[in-house]
Design a protein around this ligand. Sequence first.
Ligand SMILES: O=P(O)(O)OC[C@@H](O)[C@@H](O)c1c[nH]c2ccccc12
Length: 499
Amino acid sequence: MILDKIVEATKIRVAQEKEVEMPKAVKAAALALPSDTGFPFEVALRQQDFNFICEVKKASPSKGIIAEHFPYLDIAKEYEVAGAAAISVLTEPDFFKGDKKYLQEIASTVKIPVLRKDFIIDEYQIYQAKVWGASAILLICACLDVPTLTKFRELADSLGLSSLVEAHDEKEVQMAIDCGARIIGVNNRNLKDFTVDVQNSVRLRNLVQDDVIFVSESGLETPEDIQVLRDNNIGVALMGETFMRSPNKVEKLAYLYGPTYYTPKVKMCGISKVDTIPAVVEAKPNYMGLVFAPSKRQVTVDQAKTLVEELHKQYAKTYSAVEAPMNAGTAQDSKEFVQENPNFESIKTVGVFVNETVDNLVAIANEVNLDAVQLHGDEDEAFIQALKEKTDVEVWKAVQIRSAADAEAWIDSSADMLLFDAYHKDERGGTGEVFDWSCLDEFERPFMLAGGIDSTNVARAIRTVRPYGIDISSGIETDGVKDDEKIKAFTNIVRTIAH
Ligand SMILES: O=P(O)(O)OC[C@@H](O)[C@@H](O)c1c[nH]c2ccccc12
């Protein structure tokens, strides 16, 4: 049986590895690392909607070589961009052509948690996983007894590593439960004869309580497969081969998720140079943000005026010729055309302010021709109401989020839009920090999501938070300067995943 062979080979491998790196040293290195990790692997798998663990796998005993060309780091980065919740990396060398360096490099490159996929039979391998940067390990019920599973899970816990405990049948699911697993994976592939049956995880789902994370593993290929899992109360899929064989993993994951049924608005914020306008016009976000408050992206009223004029001029030049009908001769015709063609909707401009007076806000909004003002300071509800009496431009309120209550406090605000950002005790925004989006799970009002959004997390932001819109600033910059390529890449990702 293949599993026995793999376990035998693993024993030999571990013995050899212990010769090279002394168990004592590996253990000490693991213990020197922080154990208060917050178990990011589990947090990731508990996000709203459905979550994918995408696997980096060069070969397998059942399929032979899966990826001749194996740019493992690019594959992992693409998984992250695509919106994977976590990445699984094979480190088993003899049957799966894995390598510890794949895990080490991937874990130090991506921000999402990484699982060490191997045949763990010795505590030594758990310390290794920690040292190499994993957030989780795999424990296979077919290789270990319950006392050992328990011991290994507890060791992993003490290091801040999560354990995905893998089962294949009723008996093994019971073993997983008995060892106290918080994550149980049911393998659809029988490791004894390689047969695959996607229904296997569905069949065993009800044996496991709802507070345990349940993962369906192996042999998953189509959106229909994923739908079957969803319909059966399974929220996580672990997939390797299907992704490894897909040339475009962002498209593949979007296809497996299915339509988002909406497209979030995009606001590109902190535009401060005329040079950036062509890229903005080309990307066609819904909003362009100009920062009037003190910031490295601050613009003066005059600069803002020039930027807005330039935006409107270049926008008209780029799109009107192509999209407006030939007979849109009169101003009235063009206006009607614009009204009837939502795609033609121009890019609106939003000014960002901190504790500015009502009079100044009104004056600047008029002079610069802003469509909205976004208040990032201590402005309260009374201030917003006073401002709304003096102007027709939209009033947006930015709120820093530490808890669900911070958002809930604004649910009845008269602000036209709320924008949620990371909390910072000194800064008013644009720090590039991501906050705990689950604070917004129960929030029932449209909002813009801000705070450290970039190409690597926007897919997850859209799928898990479903915000009315996305606000991006540092995520489209390189070294503090807006980057045309990042603007383009970000726009492409949003278009690929949201439809
Ligand atoms: O490539 P697939 O069919 O999507 O399967 C991925 C993963 O489930 C599979 O690689 C796997 C499941 N359990 C394992 C244990 C060891 C090695 C590999 C595995």
